[in-house]
Design a protein around this ligand. Structure first.
Ligand code: PNW
Length: 440
């Protein structure tokens, strides 16, 4: 890597991120069924119909995985708790085994000097709640508050930081409009409801955790830079609309108590009744802003039902996901978010990384593309810090190769290679490079 610790401010935190469904293994230990188990079981939704039933078996191997974090020299670890492991039916009676598990996991991090950074929802909704309409049902804000209370009453005293929801855009659009993620809907009305309810649930969880006396609470957004495909007014407008419903809707809700006008032109008729009255909850003050950043899109206009647009293939090198590598986008978001939304509030990059063609050969995995990607993005982080943006930490997605949702186990994002037959972990060269940089 091109950097060393001294290139970043004192106290800057380096971490790695994961999520429960993608690594733990599910459907045992008293956990309830989730809508991802249901979604994956329906042919055509997921590559080879793979699911998270075993994944990395992190549930049984977390101690060894945390040794890897510690040995590399990471400061913090971003993980998520599984709603259905804590409350198998989504509400009501908690699962003592699930609570014990997150209790042990927390202590295992602390024993190694790693700061626990929790996310309460990284996408595996309990099936019992999906059956009641899931994110389309306004009651989800109260169900989520109940879950927050149960899990954080147990581990909240030892968290370094907590964010309620991972990536509101994915929860709403990827899952209810594009149909790529559970529950696999393609419905603008469902999407509008999910967009608003996910922010309402975020606010209720923040209020609940404040009630428990907790601090260092944040919100995590996945931001995707949108450039117009050409310099026509129509392309500029299409890119601004994409930016509006992808990025500004969620940032605007939490930090300004408003939704962008260009988005509401099309979304207005589909919004749930009384949405204007919810901003007091949605804006419950947070202590930091998390940004997950991967790529940008080139956007051109198109005809069709709102919000019709086309994604045009860009000229830049792409990752295995087909995502253009565009580190400037991270710089753009860091500076723009601070300037327009968050001011002096600490910003963390809570995910950044790529899928690359990593092959295990003679016990080694060479992933030079990952080293280059991380270097290029960390360079932009330093530039933003230099210009005064209060970036306080950076977390790689991901510690381990894991279940990449609709793409199954095919796409590898880990710093550590996982053989999904033997479950053997092999640190890649990117892991070694980070370890060396952290020690310098
Ligand atoms: C993030 N998109 O998801 C998630 O937080 C992770 O769980 C996931 O493994 C990682 O990025 C890599 O994909 C996203 O289609 C998934 O724009 C898809 C999109 C964005 C983020």
């Amino acid at each position: 890597m091109k950097f060393s610790r001294s290139d970043f401010p004192e106290g800057f935190l380096f971490g790695a991120a994961t999520s429960s469904y993608q690594i733990e293994g599910h459907g045992f230990g008293g956990a309830g069924r989730t809508h991802w188990d249901d979604f994956a079981a329906t042919p055509g939704n997921v590559v080879r119909a793979e699911n998270g039933a075993r994944a990395c078996d992190h549930y049984h191997m977390y101690e060894a995985d945390f040794d890897l974090l510690k040995d590399a020299g990471f400061d913090c670890y971003r993980f998520s708790t599984s709603w259905a492991r804590v409350l198998p039916e989504g509400r009501g009676t908690p699962n003592p085994e699930g609570l014990d598990y997150y209790d042990r996991l927390t202590d295992a991090l602390l024993e190694r000097g790693l700061k626990p950074c929790a996310t309460l929802y990284h996408w595996e909704l309990p099936s019992a709640l999906a059956d009641l309409g899931g994110w389309r049902n306004r009651d989800i804000a109260e169900w989520f508050a109940e879950y927050t209370e149960v899990i954080m009453s147990r581990i909240g005293d030892r968290m370094f930081s907590v964010a309620p929801i991972n990536e509101p855009w994915c929860v709403a659009w990827l899952s209810h409009f594009l149909g790529h993620h559970a529950p696999g809907l393609r419905d603008i009305r469902a999407t509008a409801r999910a967009m608003h309810h996910v922010l309402l649930a975020h606010g209720r969880a923040i209020e609940t955790m404040r009630g428990l006396g907790m601090d260092n609470l944040g919100a995590v957004f996945n931001l995707e830079w949108a450039d117009p495909a050409d310099d026509s007014d129509a392309a500029r407008e299409a890119a601004a609309l994409y930016d509006g419903y992808y990025n500004r809707f969620f940032l605007g809700g939490v930090f300004k108590g408003e939704y962008p006008a260009n988005v509401m032109e099309g979304l207005g008729p589909h919004m749930p009744k009384g949405w204007q009255d919810d901003f007091k909850t949605i804006m419950a003050p947070v202590d930091w802003c998390g940004i997950n950043y991967y790529t940008r899109k080139l956007i051109a206009p198109a005809t069709g039902p709102w919000p019709a647009h086309q994604e045009v293939e860009g000229p830049l090198p792409k990752t295995l996901m087909g995502w253009e590598i565009f580190p400037e986008g991270l710089y753009n978001f860091l500076t723009r978010t601070a300037r327009e939304y968050t001011g002096d509030l600490p910003i963390y990059i809570t995910e950044n990384g790529l899928a690359s063609p990593d092959v295990l050969k003679d016990g080694r995995v060479e992933d030079p593309a990952r080293i280059a990607y991380l270097d290029a993005h960390l360079e932009k982080v330093r530039q933003a810090i230099h210009e005064g943006v209060p970036v306080k930490g950076y977390m790689c997605w991901s510690l381990l190769d894991n279940y990449e949702w609709a793409l199954g186990y095919e796409k590898r994002f880990g710093l550590v290679h996982v053989d999904f037959d033997s479950l053997k972990r092999t640190p890649k060269t990117s892991y070694e490079a980070l370890k060396a940089a952290f020690a310098r």
